[in-house]
Design a protein around this ligand. Structure first.
Ligand SMILES: Cc1cc2nc3c(=O)[nH]c(=O)nc-3n(C[C@H](O)[C@H](O)[C@H](O)COP(=O)(O)OP(=O)(O)OC[C@H]3O[C@@H](n4cnc5c(N)ncnc54)[C@H](O)[C@@H]3O)c2cc1C
Length: 386
């Protein structure tokens, strides 16, 4: 058993850490304050080859493994949660379905520009009435004659990279199965498709520099060749995509927790009250000890899930466990970091309040903590748990 990262993984980690610290950290606060999407930084990430890390080279990506991708998302999120979710949504949710189910022609046309960082991707699954119950999709797609265009009507909500993406993958109901459940298919939707628009962007608790928006499809027509995968395979595809996506949200949670811890430790060592560093009070010291322990445990789970995926082994349960645990650790650790900072943690002069606001999303996106518990319990018990 070898728990050390490979030399390549270590190099990737130090390269991204260096880049994030030197080039990105100085512009974080202004973008967050102005709720401004970091167009230039995302472009730079693309140039560095970090917008398609786990996608094969012949599909435009870097051809690295999922452990590398988890490391990258952690390091990016450690400096900037908004950038972490932009990259995770683009890579796992935007590029992922095209890599999984795209034809050669679809990959050449859509995936290569995305994975090489020239076009941003997004994934539209969630709807106003279909969140945790993503199968409750109301958006429809009907085919205009045999082999004709698909006409999409409906809408999506909470879509990361909305308004910034050049290519969207969206799910829609294409019929009803014999058992009465919805037949769901996936479609590739270029941003300039007539009948498609981003209606509005959300004003959020955190992740202010990321874009989260509402998509509207109004007689939106895409050619037959934009069906992604087989008709009716959309539901199965998104379950598979979400398994991988959960590893990236777990890595994002981890990065935010690490950032909060990195801020709390020196603060506890240097802030003095009652004539001593506050870290010498057991009440504060034990918070630091718990933070360090939980972060280490979360990282072990995240890397294990990524490693299982890289081995081609079943990683679904471990990915759900990693996402569940890392996101809840992230909320606890970022909250504790504010506590360590006292009043200074509550004000925007210090970054720890941002880490806490950003971390909360990781308990919600790509399946809430309750949904992760359902996934895990169903796997263990083999029962239908509602
Ligand atoms: C910033 C942000 C970015 C996002 N990005 C994307 C994106 O790029 N693409 C995309 O498709 N979606 C995206 N989402 C949507 C996200 O995946 C959903 O918000 C999430 O799946 C929860 O759905 P919901 O908000 O409708 O909540 P609901 O499903 O209504 O859940 C409400 C509450 O009920 C609980 N609940 C629901 N069902 C059960 C159950 N069976 N058992 C126990 N508890 C249950 C939930 O855990 C939660 O606590 C994003 C959301 C946010 C906030």
């Amino acid at each position: 058993m070898d728990l050390d990262l490979s030399a390549e993984h270590q190099l990737l980690r130090s390269t991204i850490r260096d880049f994030m610290t030197k080039e990105v950290a100085p512009v974080v606060e202004e973008h967050e304050r102005e709720h401004r999407f970091p167009v230039d930084v995302v472009k730079r990430l693309g140039e560095m080859g970090w917008l398609g890390i786990p996608i094969p080279e012949d599909e435009g990506g870097a051809g690295l493994d999922y452990v590398a991708y988890a490391i990258a998302v952690e390091e990016i999120s450690r400096v900037w949660g908004s950038l972490g979710i932009i990259v995770a949504a683009h890579t796992s949710l935007g590029c992922g379905p095209l890599h999984l189910a795209g034809t050669k022609a679809q990959k050449d046309r859509y995936l290569v520009p995305m994975a090489s960082g020239k076009v941003i991707g997004a994934y539209g699954l969630t709807e106003p009435g279909a969140g945790s119950d993503a199968g409750g999709t109301r958006t429809t797609a009907r085919q205009d004659g045999d082999g004709g265009d698909w006409i999409i009507d409906g809408g999506k909500r909470f879509i990361t990279n909305a308004g910034q993406a050049g290519t969207y993958v969206v799910t829609a109901r294409t019929g009803t199965k014999d058992n009465g459940s919805a037949e769901i298919s996936a479609f590739i939707l270029p941003a300039d498709t007539a009948g498609f628009r981003v209606a509005r962007l959300e004003d959020k608790l955190g992740l202010h520099a990321s874009a989260t928006g509402e998509l509207v499809f109004d007689g939106c027509r895409v050619p037959a060749e934009n069906l992604l995968g087989e008709r009716g395979q959309g539901f199965r595809m998104f379950l598979e995509i979400l398994d991988g996506g959960r590893i990236s949200i777990a890595a994002m949670a981890l990065g935010l927790a690490q950032a909060a811890y990195d801020a709390a430790v020196p603060y506890a060592q240097t802030r003095e009250q009652f004539g001593k560093p506050i870290g010498s009070f057991q009440g504060v010291a034990f918070m630091i000890a718990d933070m360090a322990t939980e972060i280490e445990a979360a990282r072990a789970l995240v890397w294990k899930a990524a490693w299982l995926k890289d081995q081609g082994r079943d990683f679904s349960q471990t990915a759900a466990q990693a996402k569940l645990f890392a996101s809840e650790v992230s909320s606890r650790v970022t909250n504790a970091a504010i506590q360590v900072h006292g009043g200074y943690g509550y004000v925007t002069e210090y970054p720890v309040e941002r880490f806490m606001r950003d971390a909360k999303l990781t308990e919600i996106g790509e399946g809430t903590s309750q949904v992760q518990r359902l996934v895990i319990a169903r796997r263990i018990l083999g029962l239908r748990i509602g």
